[in-house]
Design a protein around this ligand. Sequence first.
Ligand SMILES: Cc1cc2nc3c(=O)[nH]c(=O)nc-3n(C[C@H](O)[C@H](O)[C@H](O)COP(=O)(O)OP(=O)(O)OC[C@H]3O[C@@H](n4cnc5c(N)ncnc54)[C@H](O)[C@@H]3O)c2cc1C
Length: 570
Amino acid sequence: MTSTVPNAVEHTDGQQPPITMFGPDFPYAYDDYLAHPAGLGQIPATEHGTEVAVIGGGLSGIVAAYELMKMGLKPVVYEADQLGGRLRTVGFEGCDESLNCELGAMRFPPSSTALQHYIDLVGLTTRPFPNPLAEATPSTVVDLKGESHYAVTIDDLPQVYRDVADAWNKCLEEGADFSDMNRAMRERDVPRIREIWARLVEKMDNQTFYGFLCDSEAFTSFRHREIFGQVGFGTGGWDTDFPNSILEILRVVYTEADDHHRGIVGGSQQLPLRLWEREPEKIVHWPYGTSLSSLHVDGEPRPAVTRLHRTAGDRITVTDANGDIRTYKAAIFTAQSWMLLSKIACDDSLFPIDHWTAIERTHYMESSKLFVPVDRPFWLDKAVDDRGNPTGRDVMSMTLTDRMTRGTYLLDDGPDRPAVICLSYTWCDDSLKWLPLSANERMEVMLNSLGEIYPNVDIRKHVIGNPVTVSWENEPYFMGAFKANLPGHYRYQRRLFTHFMQDRLPADKRGIFLAGDDISWTAGWAEGAVQTALNAVWGVMHHFGGETDATNPGPGDVYDEIAPVELPED
Ligand SMILES: Cc1cc2nc3c(=O)[nH]c(=O)nc-3n(C[C@H](O)[C@H](O)[C@H](O)COP(=O)(O)OP(=O)(O)OC[C@H]3O[C@@H](n4cnc5c(N)ncnc54)[C@H](O)[C@@H]3O)c2cc1C
């Protein structure tokens, strides 16, 4: 079918349109596609009821399965661990059920508009997340090199911190056309986005985040780079990202993925769990009242996939941990790509060799978190000085530090109720430092670090239950927290993201579709898991001979007009 990319949004009221995760690599309006009354597309009636394997019951797999079910296909979901994947909300043993913690994703930017579609669909609510110096955060303490600063806004911090913030803004403006790109993304000006991004991709695919800072006139000072790495922007220190490709960082800042965060009330895992149970109002082929749950035996997904191979007729044959073998005309794979190299026995013939290379080169960030339940939000108690006079400050604050804990988040549901502290949230090397320690050992080190910052606060006396911890790199079905491309990885990323356009692949390489966080341009943000799920849904629909409504072209229909920049292979 012919299609057109929507023109840039025109605004006459002088108001800026909101920023959304629209591009820069593939500027497609997933939010409009989802909101359109014509739906995501149709498959021929002869295919109704056909089984499609969906491997992985995280957000991406559940969104894909839900949409395929609505089109009249029969998704068969395989999940090795638990539904929800990296949206994992956990309670505290023996504590009030309302207390929980987010071991994976915990804060979502309003720019995640495709994600928001599903949050709204299942009736979940969000509220501001207490990030450093955010409006919803009563106070923040920045503790570097043994010196602590208390702040409500950035203006309360010493001048050097504001200099660093200015340097970052300057560096983005000079090195990455920040305001131009921001405006183009707000206005959904596809040609402009593509023009700016094509130039930057070509110029910067080889550059690290740290190299980008060092090359900037604004960041000639080592001290400034160091403070920036420790305190960073939005969610805190970003020095663990310094070795990553600068393109990864630009994607985050352009789309404001790191800003205005909101948490999901009651926990993010409810989203995939509610979608699993949801009975869509509009559904083809299946009777009203059908849900993903009702399409599965005992309402449970099938277990882990252990083998994937091709059989005659370009079918995908799936073996699971129970030894069951089933063969499908199409399958969507949403788990982390490294699973295809280790836990799952795979035929080479599943993917073209260049895709295998991209899978092998995938680079993950590590990440650890530790949470403790406490009796009440004692941090809001007012501090007194040595003479017992009130200082007007909270006794403890959201804390950013260069000590082992790095980021400490204070999470409460109002006064006089039990609350939760995320004592530490770390990435990469900072996460690996925790790896060999048990939950209790980790907690001891964390309490010691925080004891240095808050010598007059006895955190331990408020703890009412055992700590809960995770290191995603140590989770057998994950092997890392989320993908982060290194310099030179653009081509690999492009191969994986565009894999849903299978007309370009040899016939014997079609039928299995990659989706999920690893395939997304913005790994580490749930929006990308949703966007890539929708690509895979389009791919499966197309594979079955289906099409979208002419008024609502899908990502594959407009692909040629907005395809990601291609870099030469030689
Ligand atoms: C520490 C951390 C913090 C994060 N913070 C944020 C945040 O604040 N905001 C945000 O938007 N995003 C955040 N993210 C990213 C977000 O969690 C992910 O983008 C999203 O949850 C990924 O969904 P997915 O379905 O692609 O993958 P997953 O959730 O990983 O789902 C894949 C599923 O496949 C399963 N699986 C693995 N192997 C097999 C097998 N052999 N057979 C069957 N199933 C298998 C896994 O068990 C898993 O359930 C964070 C992630 C982590 C780890």
